[in-house]
Each structure stands twice: as C-alpha cells, then as structure tokens.
Design a protein around this ligand. Structure first.
Ligand SMILES: *Cc1c(COP(=O)(O)O)cnc(C)c1O
Length: 377
C-alpha cells in the first residue's frame, strides 16, 4: 500500500494520509453550477446525514474552511443572541469554543476537568439546574488534545432531560466512532472532511437537527459563518452561497465511497481500533507510558509521556522519525510533557509496525535506554 501514498505517513490528528484514489479525484475542475457538481454535492450531503442516523430529521450543511470554521459557525448559529452556552472543557478544543463565544460576544460559562478525565454528565446536569439562562451545552466527542473519549450519549441524555440544546464537536471521531441521531439527541454535530472520513482538508460540515435549525435565522453575527443562510442556499438550488471548494468536495465524495467500501463507521472504527491497540502495546514494550488508561482512550490519537531519560530530545526524535517516513505530533497538554501519535487516516497494521520500528531505531540513535516518564510528572 505504501506506493499508493506519499511519504511521510502522517501519524497526526490531521491533515492525514489519504489514498491515491482520493487524491486523484482532485485532478478535475468543476463548474459550481454544473449539474454533475450539484449532484455530487447532494450525494455528499445525503451520505453525511445517513452516517449520523439522521435521515428525515437532520440535514448536512457543508462549510468552507478548516474544522474550526464549522465549530464557530455552529456556535454562532445555534446559540441565540440572548442565549448562553455551557462548555464542558477537558482539553484545548473545549477551550477553543470558550474563545469563540468570547469573540462573538456570546454569554458562556465552562465546567472544567483535567485533561486525563472524562467530562461528567451529572455535573453538567447540576449546572443546568442551577442556571436557567443556559440554553445550550457544547461537548467535544474525542478531545484530540489527549485522545480521551467523552461520554457524548450520556451528556446528550442529561441535556435533553433539561430541555436544552446540544452542540457536539465530533471533529476527530465522526466516521469512526458511532453517533446515532435516533438515540443521541443533538442540535448540531460538527466534523470535517479530513479526519476519520479521510478526505483532503478544506471543508467542514455540520449535521443539524432540522427543527432546531429552523429557529436560527439571524442568530449568526457573521455573514459567511451563518449556517441558516448556508443551508437555505443548498435547499434553494443545490448550490453553495459562496465559491465552493470544488476539488475538496470531489475528493471527499471519493473518500466517502471508500469509507462505505470499508464497512462504514464500523469498518473504519475497527481498523483504527486495531491500529491503536497495536501502537499502544508496542510502544509500551519499548517502555513508553500512555497518558490515559485503556478504558478512556479513543482509537484516534495516543498521548505518550516524554521519557525522563535526559538523552531524549523531542526535536531530534521527530527529525529521526521524519527521515524514516513518519510524521508524529507534539503534545498539547498543559500539565505534562508529552507527544502524540495518531492512528487515523490511510494507516494500516503494517504501517504501525514499521512506525514503532522507526521509533526503536530513533531511540537507539539517541542512546535512550529508559522510556519511562519523568518521576516528578
Ligand atoms: C481537528 C479538530 C478541530 C478543528 O481543527 P482545525 O484545525 O480547524 O481543522 C476541532 N475540534 C477537534 C476535537 C479536532 O480534533
């Protein structure tokens, strides 16, 4: 499979390694009003709704830009001007939603957990009880900061019971970890073309509950991030309001076909889980310690503690891995020194085996013999 891909392989949270078939879909130009492009666009939107279990109740709204654009659009569109958002924070992407609210002048409060702890539905329920101003709750599905899996279904239950709206940042989970709109009630779920669905970067999308979306006209403080208006454009004539990322959509369409061929969410999730288990067990054999216990780990990206051995230098370690064809990712934790390795994208068992081999060789070059974390942290 290696010859189908370009090096380095990206063991990161995105951009990710894509297939040749996905990249080949970029080779054609499309007119945005071309019937074939409109059909492609409709097909992509319908498939996204199917993947979320939202046929008949939900609608997919693609949006230009990276994933954050879609998160910002959802926050602005769904939280009314006199509304207030509760953000459950256990990492950088929860923090980012707070910042989005502050910029837009949206009333917001946060509940915080440490980066190695899941958010707790019961605390969210009490906060909703205590503050009648709160209209919406936002939660991150897989917090890519650490790789932790938050209990989205249980959060959805307490939010629905309290009669509030839920926004789910499922950016690094959607397509590999199940979310079923028939059992998990949300107003908006945000994701992008380039994470578990393995398209190229350049667009995000929001799966919106149609009933909730219908009440959002004029909420957005931004013209281009207004999902109500973006959706109206699609419904009116199947077209994007502003220049569509045509090539990105064509690649995404091809990526969705391959996702279907792999067995959809279940098949994609199974490959990532196998990658993750192999990565964690092999790295532990080398002596590395994971931040998270296995039961909190999502099969998306793994945080490893930086070895305490003074000969370990992350910059040199990174370069030695790039030379061998693997890109890894620095840590994003505030509390501990760490680095991350992703399990998503066009990455297979044999790639993980080779990547861990490259890690072993880099350690040897550096003269690192003990990969246990530093004793003080
Ligand atoms: C990747 C990601 C985003 C979006 O990040 P961009 O860099 O804007 O694409 C948002 N939330 C989570 C949890 C993510 O993993």
């Amino acid at each position: 499979m290696t010859d189908e891909r370009t090096l380095p392989l990206l063991l990161t949270p995105g951009p990710l390694t894509t297939s040749r078939r996905t990249r080949e879909a970029l080779l054609r130009d499309w007119g945005s009003r071309d019937k074939a492009f409109i059909a492609l666009n409709t097909r992509v939107r319908e498939r996204l709704v199917e993947l979320a279990g939202g046929v008949g109740t939900h609608t997919a709204i693609p949006l230009q830009g990276s994933g954050t654009f879609s998160v910002e659009a959802a926050v602005q569109t769904f939280v009314p001007r006199d509304g207030k958002l509760l953000v459950a924070v256990n990492g950088a992407y929860g923090q980012r939603m707070l910042k989005i609210c502050e910029r837009a002048g949206i009333a917001v409060m946060s509940l915080e957990w440490s980066e190695d702890q899941v958010v707790e539905p019961a605390r969210i329920a009490s906060a909703l009880d205590a503050d009648s101003q709160l209209t919406h709750v936002a939660v991150v599905h897989c917090e890519t900061t650490s790789g932790i899996l938050n209990p989205v279904a249980q959060v959805a239950e307490v939010v629905a019971a309290a009669g509030r709206g839920l926004l789910v940042d499922s950016m690094s989970a959607f397509g590999a970890l199940p979310v079923d709109a028939r059992s998990v009630r949300f107003d908006a779920l945000m994701a992008s073309s380039n994470k578990c669905l393995e398209g190229v970067p350049g667009m995000g999308f929001v799966i919106a509950r149609s009933e909730a979306l219908a009440k959002t006209q004029d909420n957005a403080r931004s013209l281009s991030l207004d999902l109500f208006a973006q959706h109206q454009g699609f419904e009116r004539n199947g077209q994007w309001r502003f220049t569509p990322p045509t090539h990105v959509l064509a690649a995404f369409d091809a990526a969705l076909e391959q996702h279907r061929d792999e067995g959809g969410v279940e098949g994609r999730g199974a490959r990532y889980r196998e990658n993750c288990e192999l990565l964690v067990s092999s790295m532990r054999q080398l002596g590395f310690e994971t931040l998270l216990p296995d039961e909190l780990q999502a099969p998306i990206i793994v945080t490893f503690h930086t070895p305490g051995d003074p000969r370990f230098d992350f910059g040199r370690f990174y370069d030695l891995l790039i030379e061998q064809g693997f890109a890894i990712y620095p840590g994003k934790l505030t509390a501990a020194d760490s680095f991350r390795m992703g399990c998503i994208g066009q990455i297979f068992r044999a790639d993980i085996e080779r990547a861990v081999g490259a890690v072993a060789s880099a350690l040897e070059t550096l003269g690192v013999t003990d990969c246990a974390k530093r004793k003080d942290g």
